[in-house]
Design a protein around this ligand. Structure first.
Ligand code: DGT
Ligand code: MG
Ligand code: MG
Ligand code: MG
Ligand code: MG
Length: 273
């Protein structure tokens, strides 16, 4: 069929194909969640409902979209890592980013009431998205380490900050002054000596964030398989034990900076993925 004279407008579309053989990372982040968390009375510094809702949305993204090998989230952000070899939407960056962000945002609204039982959603939240390509496994591991280190630094700071405000009655400005220039060791010491808190015993979800991976679940299915053979005498019913596998997105709150995690789950970075 002949092209219409309007077809040329397609040529104005920019090519945004992601480089081959690179990990494609989409990171999204809540828009102005400083305000959103205040308005919806998130518990400070960590609100389990908010963090679990974020993870529920990220699980939905992994299940609904193709080729996500691992995801990592903390605070109001989540990063999704697409397999190096993915051919999904011909590796077009805008497709990856918009599908991830829109699926996540609609899930956030859809699942809100499951987590915030008596807290109404007051206005529609938004999320920004960005895409970054990492050519090597080391680059990808360093990226995820960077996000987890950020989680740790912020959480340690916020934990002490809100203790000083909520327990010691300092104003936010006084707490900020008190913490200016302190190192991690100093913050741990304040928590321990003034509040009897051993930071290492704080919940792992707060300290490490959430890692989402695919896990194979093995389960036995007892199925009756009926063999029908043409010769009437040999017609028989046979009971056969079958092992089925199913994959599921599982949340972990573990360290991903050290080698142990990557040694335990080598399939995440495996070449053929
Ligand atoms: P943005 O991302 O530039 O649009 O602005 P914000 O305000 O989202 O800034 P961001 O993303 O750097 O910081 C995340 C905000 O979300 C921060 O103000 C703390 C808040 N937030 C995230 N998780 C929790 C939580 O569990 N509890 C509370 N109280 N606040 C949280
Ligand atoms: Mg920001
Ligand atoms: Mg934000
Ligand atoms: Mg953020
Ligand atoms: Mg369409």
């Amino acid at each position: 069929m002949a092209k219409s004279k309007f077809e040329y407008v397609r040529d104005f579309e920019a090519d945004d194909t992601c480089l081959p053989d690179c990990w494609i990372v989409v990171r999204l982040d809540g828009r102005n969640f400083h305000r959103f968390s205040e308005q919806h009375e998130f518990k400070k510094p960590n609100d389990d409902r908010a963090l679990q809702l974020m993870t529920r949305c990220a699980q939905t993204v992994m299940q609904e979209l193709e080729d996500i090998a691992i995801a990592y989230g903390q605070s109001d952000e989540y990063s999704f890592v697409f397999k190096k070899k993915t051919r999904w939407f011909k590796r077009r960056a805008s497709k990856f980013m918009t599908h991830v962000v829109s699926q996540f945002a609609s899930s956030y609204v859809f699942y809100w009431k499951d987590y915030f039982k008596d807290q109404q959603l007051l206005y529609p939240p938004g999320f920004d998205g960005r895409i970054v390509l990492y050519p090597s496994n080391q680059n990808l591991k360093d990226y995820l380490s960077w996000r987890q280190a950020d989680c740790h630094i912020n959480n340690l700071y916020n934990t002490v900050f809100w203790m000083l405000v909520q327990r010691s009655g300092l104003t936010p400005v006084e707490a900020q002054d008190r913490l200016r220039g302190t190192l991690a060791g100093d913050k741990n010491e304040i928590l321990f000596s003034e509040f009897n808190i051993n930071y290492n015993n704080e919940p792992l979800m707060y300290r490490k964030g959430t890692v989402l991976i695919w896990q194979k679940l093995y389960f036995q299915v007892n199925e009756i398989i009926t063999k029908k053979i043409k010769l009437p005498k040999e017609a028989e019913e046979k009971e056969v034990e079958v092992t089925r596998t199913k994959t599921k997105v599982v949340p972990l709150h573990c360290d991903i900076i050290g080698d142990q995690f990557w040694e335990e789950y080598p399939e995440i970075l495996a070449e053929d993925r």
